[in-house]
Design a protein around this ligand. Structure first.
Ligand SMILES: [Zn+2]
Ligand SMILES: [Zn+2]
Ligand SMILES: [Zn+2]
Ligand SMILES: [Zn+2]
Length: 338
């Protein structure tokens, strides 16, 4: 069973024109392998953590101590020790339990529903796809094309529907605007400049290394799609050595940050690896957030008996609800006209 759809072409999407469809653009794709899941190197089995007031028992010798003063396992952050010697001594015994806990923590963070983002003007859930929304370098807002269309209709000209600024007048103007956003710590601003470097647009020379650094910074500032792009760059060795582990790691960070395409892709990767349980979990999350491709793959899972009827039905329902939340008349007209 392997006929699932995962595009493999690189596609960075994101920023084209001066007001560009940014975040949440790109399509599903990507590929990577297993993440360098915190290589756990430490301690014990019996992590009995006695939570009576704020004292704990040393996981190695059992001696009680004040929790704050104790030496905590830096992997699982649960096992406590009276000192570094106890910690070291306990290392081989603790290893298994610690790894298990780290994996659980990793999964708790990973398998989260995707929070919808909304248009700051109409307050409806932002649509998916770079051709349905626009990032504005003037104010750093991502606005649905329905609102952009309505602004155009009411003003007779092209103004930002949020701050009413006209579009940038030149490449220099555009880059200055982006730099102003970056000065304010706006992750989408970093993303934007990274995108220009990765494309060699706006009068800049193509420079993947610079793009990489800026995508990383953008990701750290909460721009999930920047992590997705880093995943692509590591997968394909653009400006970096090919590194499948890092590619997967960045895809996971993107998925945790709400990037639906990375979520779909991780689902496909798990599927291909035969990890159907994990695959289905990812694909259901992406489908519920509106990914048609993920929904189709969940359906395939249902047809193959690895998704139950109830799971499929509730996924389908959530998918349609999300589609409804993203729809309005202005957006429909804008899709035809803009
Ligand atoms: Zn001890
Ligand atoms: Zn531990
Ligand atoms: Zn809107
Ligand atoms: Zn604006």
């Amino acid at each position: 069973m392997s006929s699932i759809t995962e595009d493999n072409d690189i596609e960075q999407h994101g920023g084209g024109g001066e007001r560009v469809g940014v975040s949440m653009s790109k399509k599903e794709e990507s590929e990577c392998t297993s993440c360098e899941q915190n290589n756990v190197d430490i301690i014990t089995e019996g992590i009995d953590r006695v939570a009576i007031d704020d004292t704990s028992k040393c996981a190695s010798c059992g001696k009680e101590g004040k929790s704050d003063d104790m030496n905590t396992c830096n992997k699982c952050k649960i096992a406590k020790y009276c000192n570094a010697a106890c910690k070291k001594k306990h290392r081989s015994k603790h290893k298994k339990a610690c790894e298990r806990r780290v994996a659980e923590l990793h999964d708790e963070a990973l398998f989260k529903e995707i929070e919808p983002k909304e248009c700051p003007i109409c307050l409806l859930t932002l649509p998916l796809g770079s051709n349905t929304l626009t990032f504005h370098t003037c104010c750093g807002k991502t606005i649905c094309n329905g609102c952009t269309y309505e602004m155009k209709m009411s003003e007779g000209k092209d103004l930002c529907a949020f701050c009413r600024m006209p579009p940038a007048t030149s490449n220099e103007d555009c880059i200055q605007r982006v730099k102003r956003l970056m000065d304010k710590g706006n992750g989408d601003g970093f993303y934007q400049l990274a995108w220009y470097y990765s494309e060699g647009s706006k009068g800049l020379t193509q420079d993947y290394q610079k793009a990489n650094e800026l995508f990383l910074k953008a990701g750290e500032l909460g721009c999930a799609v920047a992590y997705h792009n880093l995943g692509v760059l590591y997968r394909d060795g653009l400006g970096v050595e090919v590194d499948k582990k890092k590619a997967k790691h960045f895809n996971e960070l993107a998925a945790i940050g709400g990037d639906i395409h990375s979520r779909h892709n991780i689902g496909c990767i798990e599927w291909k690896a035969g990890n159907y349980d994990r695959a289905i979990k990812h694909l259901i999350i992406a489908a519920r957030a509106g990914s048609k491709r993920s929904l189709d793959t969940v359906k395939l899972g249902y047809e193959h008996g690895i998704v139950t009827k109830d799971e499929y039905a509730s996924t389908l329902r959530a998918y349609h609800e999300r589609q409804q939340e993203m729809k309005n008349d202005a957006r429909d007209i804008a899709a035809l006209l803009l």
